[in-house]
Every structure is written in C-alpha cells, then in structure tokens.
Write a protein that binds this ligand. Structure first.
Ligand SMILES: Nc1ncnc2c1ncn2[C@@H]1O[C@H](COP(=O)(O)OP(=O)(O)OP(=O)(O)O)[C@@H](O)[C@H]1O
Length: 507
C-alpha cells in the first residue's frame, strides 16, 4: 500500500469520493485539531473510511494528514462553508448556555434544502460541534427524511439523542446506528434511538394524513424526553428535513391547499425557532414571510464539495442501512486490518437470527390501503367514507400478495388489549408455537378473521419495536422465513408493511 501525505493550508478542506474498491485510513500528524463533519480526529490514530464514502476533512490551521492510499477522486479546496458553520455553532452554543442557566429550552433548528445540497452534512457538523464542546450536551436529532434516514432504515423517521460526537467511517447512518443489544466499551456510533414507520421513501400527498400523525407522535415523544431530562431540553434539537419540504405543493390535499403544509406542520410540532435554508434564496424569503415572526429563517451557502448523489448510490446507501441494522457495523476491511499503530475503535458487529413463522402467527398490516365496495353497491345517495389511515390486512394467501411480501421489510409494533376494537372476536393470549422450526417465535399470538383488522388505527403511527425482513415464503406449509435482529420471540405479532421498502442481502 502506498501511503501519501497531504499538507492542508489553514482554512482548507481535503475532499474525497471513495469508489467500490477504495477503503482507506487517515491519520493526522500535526498538533492542531483537524475535523471530519465536525468530529475532531483523534491524534495519531488511524481513522478508517470505508468504500463509497464521500466527504471532506477540514483543517482550521495548517495541518498534515497521512492517507493509506490516495483515492482516484480527491482534491483540496479553500472554499469551505466551515467558518459559517462555526459562527452558527457559537451563536447556538450561547443559546444553549442561556437555556441551561434559565432552565429554558435550547435552540430547535431545522435544516432545509433541495436534494443533495448538504443538509445532512450541515446538521451533522452542528451536532458534532455541540457534542465536542465538553459541556455535556445531549442534543436531539429528528430524522424526518425517510429517503435518507438518520439512524434507522429507509422508510423510517427517527428521534435520537447522541451524547458523543458521531463518526463518519461509512455511508450508512450519518447520525449513528441504533444501539446494539450488547454492551459496548468502544466509542462506537451507537445512539439511543426511537423509530416510526412511514413505509415510503418520500412524503407525498397520499401519505399526508399518516405523516401528520407520525410527526405529532414523534414530537410528543421528544417533549416527554425533554421533561424527563432537562439537559435534553437545554441542549436543543436539529431536524434533518427531507428535500420534499422545499416543494410548496408536497403534502397539499383537497382540503388543504396552503403552501408548504408539511414543513409548517413540523415547525409547529417541534416548536422550531431557526430554519436554515441551504442555497435557495427564494425559499428563504418565502419562508420569512410565511412562518411566524418567532421563527428565524437564515440562508446558508451550499458547499462546493457536496456530491450530487444518483439513484444507484442511494440504493447502495439504503442496502447498507438495512444490513447495518441487522449485522451491526461492517468489519474493518482486510486491507486496513494490518495497519501499524492505533486505529479508531469501531462499533459492534451483530448476529441476526433467521427462523420460520406461520402465516397465521404474524399479522401483516398496511396503513391507508384497501378499497371499499363500489359505490354502485350502496343505497342511492350514500357514499363511502374511508379513513385515510385505516389499517388493512395483507393476506398472504393470494399469489400476488406472496410476491409482494417476499423481501419486504416489516416494522413490528406493540399492541395492548385496549387497541382491540370490540366487535372482533380476538383471542389475545400467549400462544407457544408448536413444531421444531418456531422455537419461542411469538410472544402473544392473535387469531384474526380473514381480512379483518380489529385494531385501532393508532397502531399505524405508534413508535416501532424493531424491524424484520421476510426472506422466504413457503406457500405449501404457509410459513414465512424471517430475519430478525435478535433470537427468541418476536416482541409482537403485529407487523406493518410499507410501500416497496425491500431488502435483499447481496453482501
Ligand atoms: N464539503 C464536502 N466535500 C465533499 N463531500 C461532501 C461535502 N459536503 C457533503 N459531501 C457529501 O455529499 C453527499 C451529499 O451530501 P448530504 O447527504 O449532506 O446532502 P443532503 O442534502 O442531505 O442529501 P439528500 O438530498 O440525499 O438528503 C454526501 O455523500 C456527503 O458526504
């Protein structure tokens, strides 16, 4: 391996884009701090960067870095937005300190912009700057972009409260992976995380009703955390918003034709006081007029280094996110395992569990789908009123459904006896599955009539317990093969399917 040294001028950044066969490690040789996405490099320690990662290493003062091998695409630039972010960080830090003194809430910031404008990078830099101050902040991160989820898997919204700077070793999980089930003594990416299932990649007008419910549920959970732990409240919140928020029509319905309905609802739900708009002057001005006076709207320049990611790259990121959810952090690539000297400790690897479960033991539901009988079948003058957040049962019996369910990612949600609607004849009981291939697979089994969904709709926007994937379907024996993050019983028998969120392990 041919190592290279790069000398960085004060205030410059080294930008890199790693290809499929490029795993590298970087080590700092100069005394002053050098940063990656706001995280300070540990001194004289190899910092691995896995294939496909793109990013920049920023040196506020003159610095020398060593790279195990030079990537094909790399360059140094002095046009960086880091000084802007640093000024912003100082202003936010002042607000946090005032909040702690006066027992008030810290700054609540939404980062907004078009696709590939650097929203996630800006939010991550500001989070890491806060966590790197040594003042013990416990900043919250609301990941509202299901296409580029902060901590979980595609199709999810998440809320996390990291308390140590977030590393940037690989492309999955910019805000840290969800906590591993095992205790870890490494400074890994593990971050306490709550998740909600939107089940689609983009907020849309059709999904608007469930979107609003999910955001309200998240905001309630966040307020509860703030009440439990005043430090969470003082530390403030960063929202990584989807690029669809920048489109005034996203989320408009027949009843609500107002502009930016999803953006305004999120600002209200989380009581946002600062909106950072990357690059778009028109959007900045429009929001300054539209949002309440108490909300400041500030424009930030777009970094010249941000890479326009294409659909193929997004698919790669999505696959890596689901893989990391089940298998934990990827192991150190072989070409980096023999490096002399210290290497940054990485997160844990996990061992998921695969087992079979009967079709009748796991009830797969969808939110907002299904259709009623045709209006012509109703009495004259009457019409259907279907709830847009109704639950429908996915019956694996039909061949089309089997095809749709194969490789589908499912979110497991808890139910309580109160969730049952009374007309249904349901037995909620602990039912041990018989047979050699379903040991302890289900904690509480529920018998349902075909196509009947005897639960309150609320379970559709409830915080999820975890995720599984249907990796095979045995139509003869009517069983699913499920990949689950941990062995033993599933914590619930109710699973929500999304709209085309699938995963095939190709690693
Ligand atoms: N200054 C920089 N130098 C090099 N690469 C960068 C820089 N800033 C951001 N990137 C890279 O550009 C890509 C896009 O950035 P980022 O994900 O922050 O944008 P985004 O607006 O959040 O994208 P999306 O629309 O997918 O949500 C990422 O791979 C990121 O690591």
């Amino acid at each position: 391996m041919e190592e290279a040294h790069i000398d960085l001028e004060p205030g410059s950044e080294w930008r890199f884009e790693l290809e499929a066969d490029e795993n590298i490690a970087v080590r700092v040789h100069s005394p002053d701090p050098v940063y990656i996405n706001g995280e300070e490099f540990p001194p004289t320690t190899w910092y691995p960067l896995y294939r496909y990662t793109k990013g920049a290493i920023y040196a506020p003062t003159a610095a020398r870095i060593e790279v195990t091998s030079l990537p094909a695409s790399q360059y140094t630039s002095t046009s960086t937005i880091q000084p802007h972010l640093h000024s912003l960080h100082l202003a936010l830090e002042r607000l946090r300190i005032l909040a702690r003194r006066g027992n008030a809430h810290g700054p609540r910031v939404m980062v907004l912009g078009p696709p590939s404008s650097g929203k996630t990078t800006v939010a991550k830099c500001l989070v890491n700057m806060a966590l790197g101050t040594g003042l013990g902040w416990n900043v919250s991160v609301a990941g509202l972009d299901p296409n580029s989820p902060a901590n979980l898997i595609p199709g999810t919204l998440s809320l996390s409260t990291p308390n140590h700077p977030l590393p940037s070793h690989h492309l999955a999980h910019p805000f840290g992976g969800p906590p591993a089930s095992l205790p870890s003594n490494t400074q890994s990416a593990d971050v306490p995380t709550l998740g909600w299932w939107y089940g689609a990649l983009e907020p849309s007008s059709r999904g608007t009703p469930i979107w609003h419910k999910l955001v309200t549920s998240m905001a309630e959970a966040w307020r509860a955390r703030c009440t439990e732990d005043p430090n969470v409240s003082h530390s403030g919140l960063f929202i990584d918003a989807p690029s669809a928020f920048a489109n005034p029509a996203t989320g408009q319905t027949k009843e609500d034709r107002s502009r930016y309905p999803l953006l305004r609802a999120a600002v209200e739900a989380f009581d946002v006081d600062l909106v950072l708009v990357i690059g778009l002057e028109k959007l900045t001005i429009e929001l300054q007029r539209l949002l309440p006076q108490s909300v400041k709207v500030v424009q930030l320049p777009k970094s010249g280094g941000v890479v326009d990611v294409d659909d193929a790259h997004r698919e790669l990121v999505h696959a890596a996110q689901v893989r990391n959810y089940f298998y934990g952090e990827p192991p150190l690539p072989p070409e980096l395992s023999g490096l002399l000297g210290r290497t940054t400790p990485l997160g844990l690897q996990l061992s998921p569990h695969s087992f079979q479960i009967g079709w009748d033991a796991l009830h797969v539901l969808r939110v907002g789908e299904g259709s009623a009988a045709p209006s012509s079948a109703l009495p004259l003058g009457s019409s259907h009123i279907l709830s847009p957040t109704r639950l429908t049962r996915v019956d694996p019996g039909g061949p089309a459904h089997v095809v749709r369910l194969l490789n589908t990612v499912l979110a497991i949600v808890a139910i309580t006896p109160e969730d049952r609607v009374d007309k249904a004849e349901i037995k909620v009981e602990v039912k041990e599955e018989e047979g050699e291939d379903v040991p302890d697979a289900v904690a509480g089994a529920v018998d349902l009539e075909e196509d009947e969904v005897p639960f309150r709709e609320e379970i559709g926007w409830r915080e999820v317990l975890g995720f599984v994937v249907i990796t095979a379907i045995d139509t003869q024996r009517k069983k699913y093969t499920i990949l689950s993050p941990s062995p033993g019983r599933l914590p619930s028998t109710i699973a929500l399917a999304g709209h085309g969120i699938e995963w095939v392990d190709s690693a």
